[in-house]
Design a protein around this ligand. Sequence first.
Ligand SMILES: NC(=O)c1ccc[n+]([C@@H]2O[C@H](COP(=O)([O-])OP(=O)(O)OC[C@H]3O[C@@H](n4cnc5c(N)ncnc54)[C@H](O)[C@@H]3O)[C@@H](O)[C@H]2O)c1
Ligand SMILES: O=P(O)(O)OC[C@H](O)CO
Length: 336
Amino acid sequence: MSESVRAAVFGTGSWGTAFGMVLADAGCEVTLWARRAELADAVNSTRTNPDYLPGVELPENLRATADPAEAARDADFTVLAVPSQTLRANLAAWAPLLAPDTVLVSLMKGVELGTTMRMSEVVEDVAEVGRDRVAVVTGPNLAREIASRRPAAAVVACTDEAVARRLQAACHTPYFRPYTNTDVVGCELGGAVKNVIGLAVGIADGMGLGDNAKGSLITRGLAETTRLGLAMGADPLTFSGLAGLGDLVATCSSPLSRNHTFGTNLGRGMTLQETIAVTKQTAEGVKSCESVLDLARRHGVDMPITETVVAIVHEGKPPVVAVKELMSRSAKPERH
Ligand SMILES: NC(=O)c1ccc[n+]([C@@H]2O[C@H](COP(=O)([O-])OP(=O)(O)OC[C@H]3O[C@@H](n4cnc5c(N)ncnc54)[C@H](O)[C@@H]3O)[C@@H](O)[C@H]2O)c1
Ligand SMILES: O=P(O)(O)OC[C@H](O)CO
């Protein structure tokens, strides 16, 4: 990988920083944009991100700035890693600063509230670029594990396979193994819906419902993700890959997952307000469960687990009641 590849990463949270490390380890010159100048200064002076990845030493070829123009300058890849619901407003401000032929890369796993747009669609809309200039990185990638350089595979998706291959080369390291995929719709849906299923599994774990419940929720969660994907033109095989099953398993098994942990706290009996108060980072499923349900309704797809998560998180339905209702739905064949 040539040292002359430049990457800008907008967002110095856990995943923006960890993926910046991956790009730097693969040989790119990386500039992180941080919202707060103090964090950019801390990254540059301590070679760590004390707020999001304390104790992790950052590579020399990664630096930070609070100036978006400086971050964006001459970037071959412009990576976006802010909370999904803030992307539109942020990108509108950054769009005039982007390098002319830069490839925009979404790391985000959410669906926009109101518009029900996937993150790559928001990028196309706001930056006014064609879909061949927008890529997505997704898969089982818990930031803290990647930052410790523990091995993981990922998916780099773009409708233009040549662009996906360029990005694949730019982020391939001994511990990070990216595969290409041209099914952007399926890859993004896999990432966004697994957060909702992660909340459901967390709730079940918090209630002490056991591993059979977990296995059932993961499998039926994948079934409803696949139904939505099919209705939206995705390749169903994508959901048995890293962006589907792979990410679902990592999220639903790990205490590092913010969505899983958020659900566990709710399942243990914390109120929504108490759970939000102890959640310091982005748990995308909390907002995106509503936009995913909206998408399901628009496409006439039944997503009972997603519906249950929305009822618990946003409508105050007690988890015990929700479980009873989910279990007493009408009997049906498995492939439904
Ligand atoms: N953390 C992970 O393990 C992981 C892995 C894969 C994908 N993702 C996805 O990456 C995206 C970013 O997640 P993260 O883990 O880095 O989140 P985070 O909460 O760790 O960091 C979010 C970053 O966005 C910034 N931010 C918050 N609100 C903002 C606003 N209004 N405008 C501009 N910046 C704002 C924060 O200051 C922070 O730098 C999410 O969509 C998440 O689903 C996360
Ligand atoms: O911490 P979460 O729940 O946002 O999950 C992180 C990643 O998406 C796992 O791949």
